[in-house]
Design a protein around this ligand. Structure first.
Ligand code: NIG
Ligand code: FE
Length: 390
């Protein structure tokens, strides 16, 4: 295997806790990174870098870990432009819009779903995402949920079964029958393709008891829980997530003090999705409150055609800094190491010896520019598993 040094890095973000001082980012100035095969084998000051086969000059730019987008919904067809337009004229977001995408997704061929997924993955990769989670939830029949997960699993190991997104339109008169399907035949068909199980725990979707039954059934089949929790209203989702040791509680927009305490004390990551608040004109989640309480916070896109049609982690970082009380360093940590924590991974989200060589070269001297220069395409190179892919 050949080794490569990327040298002349003005600011290197390692997320290495042993280098963390005032910043959680483990910053090294005038730095170099050595890659061997698909792994990082050395980081440090440029002047001390060991000899390698190849040399890449970063020309005084910043290098950060590839973004870890731990929450997206990318297996779908169609879009919801009209719904977005209506919202921007004052209409409220409701979970009911999911049905529009369910109809379009069911009507799509496998090839169409695959092409759509690939398109958004490339879009995300160009913006620096090197690890992503994605989920089902727009099929809501045994065949359509299993198909979504099979298509997703060809592109990522982080696949989530979300048969419990909303009650399928055929079952609105008998939600219990749908929960039985989600925990029975549909789970059997989906479990082989998924690592995670998720529930949209919300008024208009699934209540706490239904969510508990679904997550518990998934866990018995070897799927680990994560929860869409407390997005549109206060509710039991966060407490349930912590109680079941879910890897993450996602959204966390409406939190009581008890919810914040539970997240601070448990090992469940609070995943914040500011693209959703942006696109639904909703109140921002309070990242500052969670961080000050000691919770681990991840930042992800929630990319989906209804509530957050962005694949851009840099955009979410800028929103989190501007509107959610995060510093630029905290926001970047959450979009890299935080995302890795939400997926219970330690091989990504950091640039230290042993980590996967997933990194982004920014056309800026500092990572702070991700928030300082919002909307500017700063991602100039992306390396994944030791190979340059953008
Ligand atoms: O995470 N909250 C539930 N699911 C998605 C929205 C899905 C949709 O509107 O299509 C979310 O925001
Ligand atoms: Fe979501």
């Amino acid at each position: 295997m050949s080794s490569t040094v990327i040298t002349n890095i003005a600011t290197l973000v390692t997320n290495d806790p042993s280098l963390a001082g005032e910043s959680p980012l483990g910053l090294v100035r005038d730095a170099a990174v050595v890659i061997d095969g698909d792994r990082v084998v050395w980081t440090g000051e440029s002047s001390r870098a060991p000899a390698t086969d190849d040399r890449v000059d970063a020309k005084g730019r910043a290098v950060v870990p590839g973004f870890v987008d731990s929450h997206s919904h990318l297996v779908f067809a169609g879009d919801r432009t009209e719904e977005f337009n209506a919202r921007m004229s004052g209409r409220a977001y409701s979970a009911g819009g999911i049905r529009t995408t369910v109809a379009a997704t069911r009507a799509a061929t496998d090839a169409e779903l695959e092409a759509n997924l690939t398109r958004y993955l490339h879009e995300a990769l160009r913006q620096g995402t090197t690890t992503f989670e994605t989920k089902s939830g727009y099929g809501l029949t045994v065949e359509d949920e299993a198909r979504a997960l099979r298509i997703a699993s060809a592109h990522t190991d982080e696949v989530t079964y979300l048969g419990a997104h909303i009650v399928a339109p055929e079952h609105t008169e008998d939600p219990a029958a749908y929960v039985a399907l989600v925990t029975g035949e549909m789970l059997d068909a989906c479990a082989p393709y998924a690592r995670w199980i998720d529930v949209f725990c919300e008024k208009g979707a699934f209540d706490g008891d239904q969510a508990r039954a679904i997550l518990t059934a998934g866990r018995a089949r070897g799927l680990h829980p994560r929860v869409h929790a407390n997005q549109l209203s206060y509710g039991p989702g966060v407490q349930l997530a912590v109680e079941l040791d879910a890897a993450s509680a996602d959204h966390c927009t409406h939190l009581t003090d008890a919810d914040v305490d539970a997240l601070a004390q448990g090992s469940t990551v609070a995943t914040l999705l500011p693209g959703a608040e942006f696109s639904t004109r909703a109140e921002w989640p309070n990242a500052r409150r969670l961080l000050d309480a000691g919770a681990t916070v991840a930042l992800s896109t929630d990319c989906n055609p209804g509530s957050s049609f962005t694949s851009s982690v840099p955009f979410c970082i800028a929103l989190a800094v501007r509107d959610m009380g995060m510093t630029p360093d905290e926001a970047l940590w959450s979009a890299t190491a935080g995302g890795a924590a939400a997926l219970r991974r330690d091989d990504v989200g950091r640039l230290a010896p042993g980590a996967r060589a997933d990194l982004v070269v920014l056309d800026a001297p500092s990572h702070v520019h991700l928030a300082y220069r919002p909307g500017v395409p700063l991602v100039t190179q992306v390396w994944r598993s030791g190979a340059r892919v953008v």
